[in-house]
Every structure is written in structure tokens, then in C-alpha cells.
Design a protein around this ligand. Structure first.
Ligand SMILES: [Zn+2]
Length: 303
């Protein structure tokens, strides 16, 4: 069955059409209108119409993967980089399209994709951890996204980094975009890694260059070691709460060479007694994994 997905983010609205084998057959990207809800909605509806036309099916299964939260009871959206906060996006789409489309948080869609034909195929519980500009995560148990009370994903990026970890490296306390201080993502995201590199005085603090220099340059290696230790602390928190069988890494930082080994080593040092550790793997479906997860959910008829 052909299906489609919208990957809805702060910079682009991407429409992606999949064939019956979940291979991408067409993609169309437009910039996300940031000025107001009306122009944003018009651009989104146009992308959905393009999917229906290209898929030659007016009732093509389509779901929306959104970099934000939708309250499951009220339908009200909350997003920091898309002009939808306070709006009922589902209702607005239903009025424009004449049908409702399922919507899912992008990190949840990512975890769902990797649990179904991805890096965590066959695992009972999967944490999809996206290390990008920020940090987000999604959770799948026995192939399903657990019911959400408020529409939250696994908001691990905004849990606090343990004081013990910051103290270990004498790192400063940084303020987060959410208004609190010392959130995990201030240290473990791509932005966080750059900030640690700047704090350590590296001339080129770009995350990918720090990572690639680490094999030859001691200062870069030290920065990567600190970042991996802090990311290990964050993963350890997730393990204590969710005890996932597999953790799948996505986002820009997931390209860092030997990342699963580095992070496994980091959580190994924190482990509680001989408690079994989760298996850490890199995503199989890359940047399109969230869209793929949403399309799979659309096909399964999941809201
Ligand atoms: Zn925060």
C-alpha cells in the first residue's frame, strides 16, 4: 500500500511518499512559514494535497510527524519553532481537507520506525534518542507507542543533568531555552557539544570536526570524552526510568564514528551493580525515519 507522511519541523515542511515496501518514491520540501498560523496552515495543506495528487489517491494514508506536542484530549498544539502553539491543528486540518489525519510527535515516530523494520526490529522496548540541535526521545513498547496523558514524548532533553556529572568536569551551569538551568540537552545535543568545545578552548568547535579530530588530537579527544560521559549520564537516567532493551540513536550526532561503543562504555561506568545494559545502535533509516514511522502509523490506521 502506498502511503505518505509530512515531516513538520521549524525549518521545513517535508512531504514524502512511500511505496508498498516503504521506499521513498517522491519528496517535496518547502520552508516552514513562521509569520502566522494561517500561512503555515496553507503551506501544510498544499503539501498534503501534493501527496494525494502524486499518490493518485484522495484518501491516501498520510500521517504528520511534528516537532512538537499535541494534547490528546484537547488537540491543542505546543511547539517552539512552528507557529501552531495554542491552535487545534487537527481540527483546522479537518476543516481544510475534509478528513482528519493522525499526528505524532517526531521522536515517537522515529522510535516507531526503528522498532518496525529498523535498527530495533524485534526488540520488546525501544528508546529512540535523537541527538540533534536539541535532544528528544520516543518510546515504543511491544511495537506500540504507549498511551500519552498530555501528549508528551520522552522529554529527556529537559530533565536536569545530574550535578555530580557537571562537578566531575568542573563544567559551568548553562541556561536552557526552556527557561530552566542545566538541562541535559545543554550539554548533550550538537549545540551542547559545540559549547563544551568552546568552553575547552578549541579553535574549531564544530561537533563533526571535533569528533573527527578526536583520534589524532588530545584536546578534541578530551572534549569528546566529556560529552560522552554526560550523554552516558542522560542515558543512564533513561535506563533507570524506562529500562529499554534497545536504544536507537538518531539526529546529526548519530553519525559520529564508534558512537554506540563510546556511549556503551560511558553507561558501563555508571551501571548499577551488574544490571544489564541496553543495547545501543544507530538508526537504520536516517533522516527520513520520522516520516517513515508516521507513514507506517497512517497505514496501520493509528491516530
Ligand atoms: Zn530545558
Amino acid at each position: 500500500m502506498i502511503s505518505g507522511a509530512i515531516d513538520l519541523g521549524g525549518t521545513k515542511i517535508e512531504a514524502r511518499l512511500f511505496d508498498g515496501m516503504m521506499q521513498t518514491v517522491a519528496v517535496k520540501r518547502v520552508s516552514t512559514p513562521r509569520e502566522d498560523f494561517a500561512s503555515f496552515l496553507a503551506a501544510l495543506v498544499e503539501q498534503i494535497r501534493w501527496l494525494e495528487a502524486t499518490g493518485e489517491n484522495a484518501s491516501l494514508p498520510i500521517a504528520i510527524s511534528i516537532a512538537g506536542l499535541i494534547d490528546p484530549k484537547t488537540g491543542i498544539a505546543t511547539a517552539s519553532n512552528i507557529p501552531v502553539s495554542g491552535h487545534n491543528l487537527g481540527l483546522a486540518l479537518r476543516e481544510s481537507l475534509g478528513r482528519g489525519l493522525p499526528m505524532v510527535n517526531d521522536c515517537m515516530a522515529f522510535a516507531y520506525s526503528e522498532a518496525h523494520g529498523g535498527a530495533a526490529e524485534g526488540a520488546d522496548s525501544v528508546l529512540g534518542l535523537v541527538l540533534g540541535t536539541g535532544v528528544g526521545a520516543g518510546f515504543v513498547i511491544e511495537g506500540r507507542i504507549p498511551p500519552r496523558h498530555a501528549g508528551l514524548a520522552v522529554e529527556i532533553g529537559h530533565l536536569g543533568m545530574p550535578a555530580r556529572a557537571l562537578e566531575r568536569h568542573r563544567l559551568p551551569i548553562w541556561t536552557c531555552g526552556c527557561g530552566r538551568i542545566a538541562c541535559n540537552e545543554n550539554y548533550t545535543s550538537g549545540t551542547g557539544l559545540r559549547r563544551i568545545a568552546e568552553w575547552a578552548g578549541l579553535a574549531d568547535p564544530e561537533p563533526q570536526s571535533v569528533a573527527s579530530r578526536a583520534s589524532a588530537d588530545a584536546e578534541s579527544a578530551r572534549v569528546m570524552q566529556i560529552w560522552a560521559d554526560l550523554t552516558g549520564e542522560m542515558i543512564y537516567s533513561a535506563q533507570l526510568m524506562l529500562d529499554p532493551q534497545v536504544i536507537v540513536l538518531g539526529g546529526g550526532l548519530s553519525n559520529i564514528p564508534r558512537l554506540p561503543e563510546m556511549l556503551s562504555e560511558a553507561i558501563g561506568k555508571l551501571r548499577l551493580g551488574q544490571v544489564r545494559l541496553p543495547d545501543i545502535r544507530v538508526a537504520l533509516h536516517g533522516d527520513s525515519s520520522g516520516a517513515r514511522g508516521a507513514a507506517l502509523m497512517a497505514k496501520a490506521g493509528m491516530a
